[in-house]
Design a binder for this molecule. Structure first.
Ligand code: A3P
Length: 503
């Protein structure tokens, strides 16, 4: 039984099994193809229950709930895969006593015909597709013997959005199953939502018991809740499907909202667009978070400052030193610290003297000062900086100050140049402004000045991209939310109406 390799954009590929145009995980079970081809004609029993979900939406969880409620067997530890239609055919499945709890990731019309004839009960599970995407990524990378995949998150996300994964497009799946009430009104179907189960598992368990006509005591429901809690299932069943290093594949985090730690803002926007396009007319009101998940302290942890050995006190007795500011990953940035402020180290002798001399620097009346926070973080908190400068009109009304905004300059450089010329009393012809515009365009400056400050590999440091909105490719959604909260807290009473993207 040979697999096919589905390449991602990074050159990695997932090995899958293709049967009659559909993609499946390639299990080590012989006769898997026969099992798949036999699904439609699988003999079903009236009391069979089918647990149906797109992969990574909580199949193991609900399967275990149903098994406990139906069989009242709290001792046995059994793999749900043993009763999975895509792995085992009639010869294996017929050995299980009734009632059987079968499970599958098939589309509605791929289910055994007998399900519709015998009106078997179906429990269908939904989960928000962003958490599903993160879970599927880990699933694929943690099972190297099955998928032979070691790709990157961003490339996996594209594969998933294109439906190039086992069980195909989740859009197709969601739409197919959303219509089951119309396409098969004869089949009793209960829809469960992962996020609802997380919020109130007991309510979910009661609902399942009622649907299956196996109502039990509250005490038993509490037992089911305990045995199907994430930690208990991980402890009892985690070893059944494990990574080569022994960690559980099917019980990873079991949370709502972990996607925010993976999706960048740009990926999130692209995902939302694609979702809207593909799900037009079939909106499912997913909940992507349950509550305020991310702690402000994640971002605000004040760095412990460690002094290096070359700390020295100068004659005035004021401290000046090179210090290393460690980040959470163990890397650190080296700065020059002078009189309590951080500066980028320049390869200039006597840099500290230069810095200390700033206050008494002789100035000329026609000097012009260009002031900005770096990169438009070595000078300490940027919110302190923003507030300080926002108050210049109040604190120093005697100083003529022009405020320019990067985003406005990007949008209309010519308007900015004219404004500047007017402020400096250096108005020129339109032709000259156009020349200034050309010479200060990003590409021209990169070409002419890029080599003045370079990285060790020769690339220009000061002319990277020059775009508005590139942050969306770096900030995860969780980081963005934490940033916004921190900004709001720190800038209370001094809101600056920043634009974070241009049309
Ligand atoms: P994560 O990878 O986000 O943790 P499936 O069973 O369909 O393969 O879905 C697996 C997902 O359900 C995994 O999500 C897994 O951790 C989560 N899961 C499994 N058991 C769970 C439980 N008892 N409670 C909550 N989530 C559970």
């Amino acid at each position: 039984m040979s697999g096919i390799k589905i390449p991602d954009a990074g050159g990695d590929s997932i090995t899958l099994l293709k049967v009659d145009g559909h993609l499946y995980p390639k299990s080590p079970v012989d006769s898997q193809v026969d099992a798949i081809r036999g699904i439609r004609d699988l003999p079903v029993r009236e009391d069979d229950v089918f647990i149906c979900a797109y992969p990574k939406c909580g199949t193991h969880w609900v399967w275990e709930m149903v098994r406990l409620l139906l069989l009242e067997d709290t001792e046995t530890v059994i793999r749900k895969e043993k009763l999975m239609l895509e792995f085992f055919g009639k010869d294996v499945l017929e050995n299980f006593p009734s009632p059987r709890v079968l499970n599958t990731h098939c589309l509605v019309e791929q289910l055994p015909r007998g399900v519709f004839e015998k009106k078997c009960k179906i429990i269908y599970i939904l989960r928000n597709p962003k958490d599903m995407a993160v879970s599927f990524f880990h699933h694929h990378t943690k099972l190297p013997k099955i998928y032979e995949y070691d790709g990157k998150w961003e490339n996996h996300l594209s594969l998933l959005m294109d439906g190039k994964v086992d069980f195909g497009s989740f859009f197709t799946y969601l739409k197919d199953w959303a219509a089951v009430g119309k396409t098969h009104p004869e089949v009793p179907t209960l829809t469960l939502v992962y996020e609802d189960l997380k919020e109130d598992p007991l309510a979910g368990i009661r609902k399942v018991a009622k649907f299956l006509n196996v109502e039990k005591s509250e005490e038993f429901y509490l037992k089911v809740k305990e045995l199907t809690s994430f930690n208990k299932m991980k402890e009892r069943k985690g070893g059944l499907v494990a990574t080569p290093d022994g960690s559980p594949v099917m019980y990873r985090k079991g949370e709502v909202g972990d996607w925010k730690n993976y999706f960048t803002v740009a990926q999130n926007e692209a995902f939302d667009r694609l979702y809207k396009e593909n799900m037009a007319g079939c909106d499912i009101n997913f909940r992507y978070t349950l509550k305020f998940l991310h702690n402000l302290s994640d971002l605000c942890d004040v760095c412990e400052i460690s002094m290096t050995n070359n700390k020295k006190d100068d004659e005035s007795g004021v401290k000046m030193s090179l210090i290393k500011i460690p980040d959470a990953g163990g890397e650190s940035i080296t700065y020059l610290k002078v009189d309590g402020h951080l500066f980028a180290r320049a390869s200039v002798d006597s840099q500290a003297d230069v810095i200390r001399g700033i206050r008494d620097l002789p100035v000329r009346e026609d000097d012009v000062y260009i002031c900005a926070y770096p990169k438009c973080v070595d000078s300490g908190s940027f919110t302190t900086y923003l507030k300080d400068w926002a108050a210049i009109g109040t604190n120093h009304p005697e100083v003529p100050t022009l405020t320019l905004v990067y985003e406005d300059l990007k949008e209309d450089p010519l308007a900015g140049i004219r404004k500047l010329a007017k402020f400096l009393n250096a108005e020129k012809s339109e032709e000259f402004y156009l020349k200034v515009k050309e010479l200060t365009s990003f590409n021209k400056m990169k070409e002419k000045k890029g080599s003045l400050v370079t990285a060790p590999d020769g690339s220009p440091v000061m002319y990277r991209k020059g775009e508005v909105g590139d942050w969306k490719n770096y900030f995860t959604v969780a980081q963005n939310e934490a940033f916004d909260r921190l900004y709001m807290e720190n800038m209370a009473g001094c809101d600056i109406n920043f634009r974070y993207s241009l049309k």
